[in-house]
Design a protein around this ligand. Structure first.
Ligand code: NDP
Ligand SMILES: CC(C)CCC[C@@H](C)[C@H]1CC[C@H]2C3=C(CC[C@]12C)[C@@]1(C)CCC(=O)[C@@H](C)[C@@H]1CC3
Length: 363
């Protein structure tokens, strides 16, 4: 099918926008896919997930409601450098453009609630903000990946950074804009982050640190890439019932206290609760002109006491110099991991040659 555009004819497929969502097989990512498909049938959607069985199930579910939609799946484990490099290669092979890259995959491993802090906070002036941000209530236990990186840092931030860097030529094309949209959090806190330990190997709040890191990085990316037509935005989905929150407290408990949470919603509009409501700001950003978005604002999904969803920007607590210094550190780390991968490849090819020689000798 041909489509007329400014006097020249392009095949329709070239006009379709490409949307890639990491961690798209459940929760907020999946709800976003649903909303994007409801908005337009003329998009090419790619679900980038670490588990192909779950990805296929999500794709099948979306196709039931949107038969004929262009939905593909891609293997991507953002915590593995090798997987990110392979996925980037595959994306470049599959698509000629990338209009929206949703950096949504995220983890909060082994969360522990401080009930003492919760009850102290409940009877203080900070009660509302405690419910909105979860500040001081949660700690996590992190671990180190086979690449030698802190798991929360690499999953929530660095794997995505590598992906952006690998896809740079696709994302920065003349005469066209592309958008990066980070699923950050109101739990992001400056005091949980330190430039000296940006992977948060020493602390107990890697989640908060990684989300603050994504806020910093987004500001730096805008500084470096806006001129090339690439725009970065951070959003917070609010408190949403997903596998992530079911890791904090069991799902039956959340269901049990649902009436209490509806009540709390009267005081804080951050209890979006459903993935559909949580995806509000991610979708809102999708339908905006990227140039019109504030690079220093976080866009929050909010839901009123009556259940109406809307998006509101709030200025972030970001220092430009710190954002820049962090960006430089990430570039350094990128160099280091890429060098390691090259070395590993060299070593394995030497091992292969050795094995071949041994084989020839035995034979
Ligand atoms: N729920 C909430 O209240 C809030 C969530 N967020 C953020 O929203 C984002 C989505 O989380 P949410 O929908 O809540 O939770 P889910 O657990 O439902 O979704 C997380 C998604 O990320 C994927 N994922 C995790 N690790 C990796 C990895 N290494 N490589 C690729 N994919 C991975 C998961 O895949 P798999 O199914 O295989 O585990 C899943 O698809 C996260 O970044 C989270 O931090 C922010 C604020 C509040
Ligand atoms: C609501 C109940 C009566 C009691 C629940 C207490 C806590 C377990 C929650 C209160 C605020 C919640 C919260 C989060 C997790 C669960 C709470 C601490 C998050 C930190 C989850 C992940 C995010 O990214 C944040 C936006 C959430 C902020 C609020």
């Amino acid at each position: 099918m041909l489509f007329c555009f400014r006097g020249c004819e392009f095949p329709m497929s070239k006009m379709e926008k490409v949307v890639l969502v990491t961690g798209a097989n459940s929760g907020i990512g999946l709800a976003l896919c649903e909303r994007v498909l409801l908005h337009s049938s003329r998009i090419r959607l790619c679900l980038a997930c670490r588990n192909m069985r779950r990805a296929e199930a999500a794709r099948a579910g979306l196709l039931v409601a949107h038969p004929g939609a262009d939905i593909s799946i891609l293997r991507l484990d953002v915590s593995s450098v090798k997987s990110v490099l392979e996925a980037a290669k595959e994306i470049k092979k599959r698509y000629q453009r990338l209009d929206y890259l949703y950096l949504n995959a995220g983890i909060m491993p082994n969360p522990q609630i401080s009930f003492k802090a919760f009850f102290n906070g409940l009877f203080s002036r900070k009660a509302i903000s405690m419910f909105a941000t979860g500040e001081g209530l949660l700690t996590q236990q992190d671990c180190v990946t086979s690449d030698g990186l802190q798991e929360v840092f690499v999953t929530n931030l660095f794997g995505h950074f590598l992906l952006i860097r690998e896809l740079e030529p696709m994302l920065c094309q003349p005469g066209r804009t592309s958008q990066l949209i980070w699923t950050s959090s109101s739990n992001a806190r400056r005091s949980a982050f330190s430039l000296e330990d940006y992977q948060h190997s020493q602390g107990v709040e890697p989640y908060s640190s990684s989300k603050y890191a994504s806020d910093l990085l987004s500001v730096a990316l805008n500084r470096h890439y806006n001129k090339q037509g690439l725009y970065s935005t951070v959003i917070c989905p609010g408190l949403v019932m997903t596998n992530l929150t079911y890791g904090i407290l069991p799902s039956f408990f959340w269901t049990l206290i649902l009436p209490i949470m509806w009540l709390i919603r009267i005081f804080t509009n951050t209890f979006t609760l459903t993935p559909y409501n949580g995806a509000e700001a991610l979708y809102w950003v999708f339908i905006q002109k990227p140039e019109a978005l504030d690079p220093r604002a976080k866009y929050h999904s909010l839901t009123s006491g009556f259940g109406n969803s809307y998006t509101e920007p709030k200025k972030m607590d970001i220092d430009e110099e710190m954002a820049e210094a962090f960006y430089v550190e990430l570039l350094r780390l990128e160099n280091q991991v890429l060098r390691n991968i090259t070395q590993e490849k060299r070593n394995s090819s030497i091992r292969l040659q050795k094995a071949q020689r041994n084989q020839d000798f035995i034979a």
